[in-house]
Design a protein around this ligand. Structure first.
Ligand code: LUZ
Ligand code: MOS
Length: 748
């Protein structure tokens, strides 16, 4: 059997995603009308012809919003429906409400949009020059880099850019809203953050939060794209349901989803790196330009995580890392697996690659000389609490014979000049916790029914990552019951209030801890009650194999216990709350202890590049990963494989292209190439280290960290280009598509 609870229903096609939920014949179908230009003013919407079509109830605009036309969470800078100005192509302008999808489509085409077009700003450097910044630039500093430069034997500088990325969750954005009793609403949303959706709807409709119930059932993927950006669609559905007193449904088709939603942030960066004669990095200065798009969304938080990861897996005594969030006329970029860390780590690796190329040595000589050691300090003041950076590296180096591989590669390249091999190591260090300290909280609600079966609710959203399977296994082990006796419920704001989104790789940690508390307290209550009832001493009864037992022969099934507890009016329910202890961050000093722990690892990647065609294949990715002790190795392996492939896609084939006017050109799967089986490494080896388990739960967070192993593929390709004698310059640009390889090989 698979570790994943939904595996069977996924394979059989019976899992209920949002679009599969029952929807009545009298329900309303919605379609947003979006901007086709990236920047404009004097917007005028003429919906007379559209509204006159049969089956069309209304074309709603900003003027129809009864509450506040505002969906911004960190900053209040984004309307649900445009008012006077258009800030990006794909921005929602109006909402067609119709009795069928077809009628809505017809009407949407008839909505006449007039506006005065303005020049679009797409380049973050240009935006920064014009003062188009979201929030203040931020600087993390350790030591004093200016004093270190004169001490460096080698200095390197350059620039790097890394691309955005389309989330491409299999299930597109969508929501269904139902009018509910006493003026309330029940909303089903494909969201990672039911409480975020609830807040947005309440604000748009001017309702108290308790009038809005939000439920997330199963998601066909989120990847961060539904952390904040599931909210507008749910707010639109709620607006229509509230206005017309009928159920209303909005599901984006793929084309609209691709052009209307924000993506991973593209970044530009300038760097300067100084090494001593032993390849120790003495100083690093880096300056990031984050392309935030047209509104803040989660950009300031993403920016912060970039700074937290700007030095990757290395200890650098003198660091000055500055980052600014630049407002442009692109769709507002948002959370995406890794949340700014991949960009920070990419630039660090770019600087090291640049140094290695100049010195004519393998980059791993520099990497290895600078790995984090226990007790050292990050630029944000937290101490390194683990020796896993070096442990993972050494295991990788020995297990996968790094030195021998390097030698074999050179031999092969001499022999076969057309098929050139390249290699790179990618060490990993990823901080676990929401960087906003207050978000590190969770709750769980547990019911035991009188037949001894168990129902669990928490803030954890199941989006395919398997968190419900993890919670289920956890409860089963605490209750010593078979999995079949445990049910994990949908995620619902009336059962778990004020929840953080399922994000930051922390969902299983946070909700698992709350669940452990709830189950433990409930079990203790039942044991204590029963022990007293029997007149026995505390500790004489314990729970094992679905029974409570005293000595052999003295046992009672959990089901019988539950039934008796009910008859004696003992509560069979428990709610618990968990907040990660020890976290703090002083934003004035840019210093503190933001992470519960770090996840480490090292990946060795080898590629073969066809120097005539620019095509390549990934021969192997071999990973040593700091996983801790896991109860569900299949699930965790699935996360590692999936994240790796997503990371490979980001920096190789996924080429997100906006033109100068801010129009998305790669707006369909015909033009936006996602990784497929041919992108997967021919050989994939994952070796997990258990020796430093998560002190709380055994296994360490695994959702995001392995994405960053994909960075190794980029640098392995660059290494192959280097060996092929291509003219590499100081500007290190991604993605490394076959097209870019070909151009790099053949420009003189
Ligand atoms: N979301 C968020 C995240 O709101 N804060 C974070 O720190 C974070 N980190 C990773 C992924 N999502
Ligand atoms: Mo996220 S990038 O929603 O963990």
């Amino acid at each position: 059997m698979s570790d994943h609870w939904d595996a069977l229903s996924h394979v059989c096609g019976t899992t209920l995603f949002l679009d599969d939920l029952p929807f009545p014949a009298h329900g309303l179908h919605l379609l947003p009308v979006d901007a086709r230009v990236a920047h404009a003013t004097h917007l005028h919407i003429d919906a007379r012809a559209a509204s006159a079509l049969p089956g069309v109830l209304a074309v709603l605009t900003a003027a129809d919003i009864p509450g506040e036309n505002q969906i911004g969470s960190i900053f209040q800078d984004e309307p649900l429906l445009a008012e006077k100005d258009i800030h990006y192509a794909g921005q929602p302008l109006a909402l067609v409400v119709a009795t069928s999808v077809l009628a809505a489509e017809r009407a949407a085409r008839l909505v006449n949009i007039e506006c005065e077009e303005l020049p679009a700003l797409t380049d973050p450097r240009e935006a920064a020059k014009r003062g188009e910044l979201i929030g203040q630039p931020r600087t993390f500093q350790l030591g004093q880099s200016t004093t270190a430069w004169p001490l460096c034997a080698h200095l390197f500088s350059g620039s790097a850019s890394c691309p955005g990325q389309e989330h491409l969750y299999l299930e597109t954005q969508g929501a269904i809203a139902w009018p509910h009793l006493n003026g309330g609403l029940r909303v089903f949303s494909s969201t990672q953050g039911p409480s975020a959706v609830q807040r947005t709807i309440a604000r748009i409709l001017g309702l108290p939060l308790n009038a809005v119930e939000v439920e997330a059932n199963r998601l066909g993927g989120g990847f961060g794209g539904k952390e904040d950006q599931a909210s507008p669609w749910a707010a639109m559905a709620a607006l229509a349901a509230w206005r017309f007193g009928r159920p209303a449904k909005l599901v984006l088709d793929r084309a609209r989803d691709m052009r209307m939603t924000g993506k991973r942030h593209p970044y530009l960066a300038d760097f300067k790196l100084g090494l001593d004669e032993n390849l120790r990095i003495l100083a690093y200065e880096v300056d990031f330009y984050q392309n935030a798009g047209a509104a803040a969304d989660l950009s300031p938080a993403v920016l912060e995580r970039t700074l937290f990861h700007a030095t990757g897996s290395y200890f650098i005594p003198h660091v000055t890392a500055t980052a600014r969030s630049c407002r442009t006329n692109l769709p507002p970029n948002t959370a995406f697996r890794g949340f700014g860390a991949p960009q920070g780590m990419f630039v660090m690796e770019a600087a090291i690659a640049r140094a290695a190329e100049s010195l004519g040595i393998p980059a791993w000589h520099i990497q290895r000389a600078n790995l984090l050691e226990k007790g050292q300090i990050f630029s944000y003041g937290q101490r390194v609490s683990s020796s896993m950076a070096r442990r993972c590296w050494e295991t990788m180096e020995q297990r996968f014979s790094l030195k021998a591989r390097e030698a074999a590669l050179h031999a092969s390249n001499k022999e076969r000049p057309r098929k050139v091999k390249g290699m790179a190591v990618m060490p990993l260090c990823f901080g676990i916790s929401f960087t906003k300290t207050h978000m590190n909280q969770a709750s769980a609600l547990v019911h035991v029914y009188t037949d001894g079966s168990v129902s669990i609710s928490s803030g954890a959203v199941e989006m395919g990552q398997g968190v419900h399977s993890k919670l289920r296994a956890l409860a089963a082990s605490l209750f010593t019951l078979p999995l079949a006796r445990i049910r994990v419920e949908t995620t619902n704001t009336t059962r778990n209030a004020n929840t953080s989104p399922s994000a930051a790789s922390a969902t299983a940690d946070l909700n698992g801890q709350a669940l452990t508390l709830a189950c433990t307290r409930l079990i203790e209550r039942l044991l204590n009650w029963w022990t007293q009832k029997c007149g026995d001493q505390p500790g004489e009864w314990r729970l094992a194999a679905g029974h409570i037992c005293k000595s052999p022969g003295h046992s009672l099934s959990f089901a019988a216990l539950a039934e008796m507890a009910y008859l004696e009016r003992i509560s069979l329910s428990e709610q618990a709350f968990y907040a990660t202890p020890g976290l703090f961050f002083d934003a004035e000093k840019e210093s503190g202890h933001p992470f519960a722990y770090h996840v480490h690892g090292a990946a060795l990647t080898q590629v073969t590049l066809d120097t005539l065609l620019g095509t390549y294949r990934i021969d192997s990715v071999q990973i040593v990963h700091d996983l801790g002790r896991t109860a569900l190795p299949g699930l965790d392996r699935g996360q590692i494989e999936g994240a790796l492939l997503q990371g490979i896609g980001w920096l190789t084939c996924e080429d997100l292209v906006f033109d100068q006017a801010g129009i998305l050109k790669s707006h369909a799967l015909a033009t936006y190439k996602v990784p497929d089986m041919d992108s997967a490494p021919a050989q994939l080896e994952i070796h997990c280290l258990e020796e430093e388990p998560n002190p709380l739960s055994g296994s360490k967070a695994v959702g995001e960290p392995p994405l960053m192993y994909g960075i190794g593929t980029y640098f392995a390709l660059r290494n192959a280009l280097h060996h092929a004698g291509a003219a590499l310059d100081n500007a290190i640009e991604a993605p490394m598509s076959c097209e870019r390889c070909l151009r790099t090989l053949h420009t003189e």
